[in-house]
Ligand binder design. Structure first.
Ligand code: ADP
Ligand code: MG
Length: 701
């Protein structure tokens, strides 16, 4: 099909008027012929196989059977009647059932005449029955031409109401194949098709809509998924290549005195091998002369901060300034205090800048930053403001990336005449394959090892009805000298309700754990920053034993003596959030506990989330489950990506195809980085079309 035909507005297709076209655009995003062609069925009715009644099993879905009706009767039921037919073949008997249209059926069905029936079976009163079967006389069936497997397209209520039924869509697609003569340019190069034994494009498209057999369907889907993922990977790889070539960065050639001095004399612990490896990777990047754009993934507590600090020291050693940005005030204060402790002896000037920094202090910071007196600035979004100008920013570190948008990442780039090196740190592990697609423009480092001596956190699920036992447990732990977090959910839509939950909870805890033996802190989003600091500070110092909080506590907070995390209404949290919260404990030498409190009524997904938390502490495993439960579309940061608007591939299920697609895309680019070879002409063309559509670039640059 020539490209212009693919771009023809859908209104022009036979069978689709302006009204239907409007619905198609709105409901399923089909604007053009090409869109419709890439609108794939989500399942197929398999009519290749005939079942015998004796072969039916309780979990078979739609089946096709040949047999005869031997008896028809009407059965009275509580509301109205149903029509029941005894249907037999040479192996057994089942029932066909109608609740609607009984009169017509009674008058038209032929007894003792062979029919082909098709439909879903269910097991009822010791017999299989099929409600409202599709039926056709065998005689008729033989006359009609048909494809064996019929497509079932995704639908919406509005589509149905507007009369755009499955049959209509299926006819339209057929019409498209007719008009196009089923001629399509194949976007994959010949040699790849051969090497991987892929179906040609035209055949794959046709079989994805109207499969001639199960086998061809599988081949068609494989081919189309491969193509889709191949081009995504190709775009990401090219983008990455271009970035490396074009974007010059400040070369940090020296490993200077700060770094060495710190490494030799101030390192508070032995680095893990994973930390060493990652620091090496970062050092290589920083020395290369190209701008670093690196994502550092490491589970909660894996020790990313020290890696950040050592990268910062490299920047300072080379005469550059650095900044460290965190998503919340609490977290930036914590970074500030922690880093200040570590570097005071090195003569490094560090300041904190947040939304609540006073104007006079702000002015001071701005000035020291511009004239270069200040070496390291730590803070929140406040760092991004226009007014914040660096003398010579060389490295920007962003902690907990998922809280920041891509646009914000971009704003940091503009803080120097060459873009600073960027290190993005995230504690929400993303399965590698997804990371590859989502952050294909970033290089990835992983800290996959926890510092030694960490005890596994014991995680249990308890029902609200066991609250008294949980209270007794808390009391014991506090008497042993430990501190406790109790966290309540926070849902943005209903802050007042959450506030009430929190306050009710606080009151009952305060009643149970009364002063003077017990001191309680409280922390929530509606408090003034100064009050938050005050409460947090009391808890950090051990003056309070219980911290009642909303999820503001989630990110990064580090109080090693806190060893119990109680999560209230745990079913209302997402998996990665639960994992983050749990990561607040298990930071000291003592055995830590995480208690997930819920009511008795739980959805299946909630159960899976709770079971997963109890079973494993591995952030990557948890991320995989999370991804399966929620789908990539809901994963933090993916909404804006556009990368995951996949037409046929599934980034989770088609993991293996993704890897293979990436492998071949990489191979092709190695051989032909500029897509100049004759055999890759079609790749170059397809790629340029995709870039024109910009479907992938929105989020990257
Ligand atoms: P995260 O990766 O979650 O940001 P942090 O950097 O806050 O983790 O580190 C968690 C805790 O582990 C901190 O108290 C830190 O001092 C400690 N830590 C980090 N690396 C090591 C190490 N190699 N050995 C011992 N403790 C470490
Ligand atoms: Mg951290």
């Amino acid at each position: 099909m020539n490209p212009s035909l693919l771009q023809t507005p859908i209104d022009y297709l036979k069978g689709i008027g302006p009204n239907r076209a409007e619905i198609l655009r709105k409901e399923i995003g089909v604007h053009t012929y090409g869109d419709l062609l890439n609108f794939f069925p989500n399942r197929y009715l398999d009519k290749t196989r005939f079942y015998k009644i004796a072969q039916l099993e309780k979990n078979t879905s739609e089946v096709q059977i040949v047999g005869k009706i031997v008896h028809l009767r009407t059965v009275e039921q509580k509301k109205g009647k149903r029509l029941v037919a005894d249907f037999v073949d040479d192996t057994g008997k089942m029932e066909l059932v109608w609740f609607r249209g009984q009169k017509w059926i009674r008058e038209n069905l032929k007894l003792n005449t062979p029919y082909v029936i098709f439909g879903k079976t269910s097991w009822f009163n010791g017999l299989f029955s099929m409600p409202h079967p599709e039926m056709e006389l065998v005689e008729e069936y033989k006359k009609n031409l048909r494809t064996a497997m019929q497509p079932v397209y995704p639908s919406t209520e509005r589509l149905g109401k507007a009369g755009v039924t499955n049959r209509v869509i299926s006819r339209c697609v057929q019409q498209l194949f007719l008009e196009s003569g089923n001629k399509f340019v194949d976007p994959l190069p010949e040699n790849l098709l051969e090497e991987l034994h892929l179906l040609p494009k035209a055949e794959a498209l046709f079989n994805a809509h109207f499969p001639r057999s199960q086998e061809l369907l599988a081949k068609a889907q494989f081919r189309l998924k491969f193509e889709e993922l191949f081009y995504i990977q190709l775009q990401l790889l090219i983008k990455n290549m271009i970035r490396k070539q074009k974007i010059r960065g400040f070369p940090f050639e020296e490993v200077g005195s700060h770094f060495t001095e710190f490494y030799e004399n101030h390192l508070p612990f032995e680095l893990t091998n994973a930390q060493k490896r990652v620091i090496k990777e970062i050092r290589q990047d920083l020395g290369s002369g190209a701008q670093m754009n690196r994502l550092l993934q490491g589970d909660v507590g894996s020790g990313k901060t020290i890696v950040a600090l050592m990268s910062i020291l490299l920047a300072l050693d080379n005469g550059f300034q650095a900044c460290l940005m965190a998503p919340t005030e609490i977290l930036s204060i914590q970074h500030f205090n922690g880093i200040l402790d570590l570097v005071t002896d090195l003569g490094i000037k560090v300041r904190l800048l947040t939304g609540s920094t006073k104007t006079s202090e702000r002015r001071e910071i701005h000035e020291a930053l511009e004239n270069g007196e200040l070496h390291l600035l730590i803070g929140t979004h406040a760092l991004l403001e226009e007014k914040v100008k660096f003398h010579n920013l060389g490295l920007a570190i962003i902690d907990e990336q998922h809280r920041f948008g891509v646009a914000q990442r971009a704003r940091l780039w503009k803080k120097n005449h060459l873009p600073p090196h960027v290190l993005v740190m995230t504690a929400t592990p993303i399965p590698r394959t997804l990371a590859m697609s989502l952050y294909g423009d970033l290089d990835i480092s992983v800290i996959d090892e926890l510092p030694p001596g960490r005890k596994e956190i014991k995680t249990v699920h308890r029902y609200d009805s066991n609250r008294l036992k949980v209270f007794a447990f808390i009391r014991d732990e506090i008497r042993k000298g430990r501190q406790i977090y109790i966290v309540y959910p926070l849902i943005q839509e209903s802050e007042t309700m959450d506030y009430k939950d929190l306050m009710d909870g606080y009151e009952s805890i305060a009643r149970e754990f009364s002063m003077p033996e017990f001191q309680i802190s409280i922390l929530h989003g509606q408090m003034k920053p100064a009050d938050k600091d005050y409460e947090m500070d009391r808890f950090v110092k051990g003056e309070t034993q219980i911290m009642v909080a909303t999820t503001v506590i989630e990110v990064g907070v580090n109080v090693p003596n806190a060893s119990v995390m109680i999560i209230e209404s745990a079913e209302r949290f997402g998996l990665s959030q639960l994992h983050q919260l749990r990561g607040r404990v298990g930071r000291g030498a003592e055995q830590s506990f995480c208690i997930l409190m819920t009511g008795h009524k739980l959805s299946n997904d909630s159960k899976t989330r709770l079971e997963t938390m109890v079973r494993t502490a591995d952030g990557f495993e948890i991320a995989e489950v999370d991804l399966k439960l929620r789908g990539p579309g809901d994963l933090m940061g993916t909404q804006q990506s556009g990368v995951l608007n996949l037409k046929i591939a599934d980034i989770v299920k088609d993991n293996d195809i993704l890897k293979s697609a990436r492998h071949y895309a990489l191979q092709l680019l190695k051989e032909d980085p500029k897509l100049e070879l004759e055999k890759n002409k079609v790749v170059k063309y397809t790629y340029s079309q995709l870039v024109k559509e910009k479907n992938i670039w929105n989020y990257i640059s």
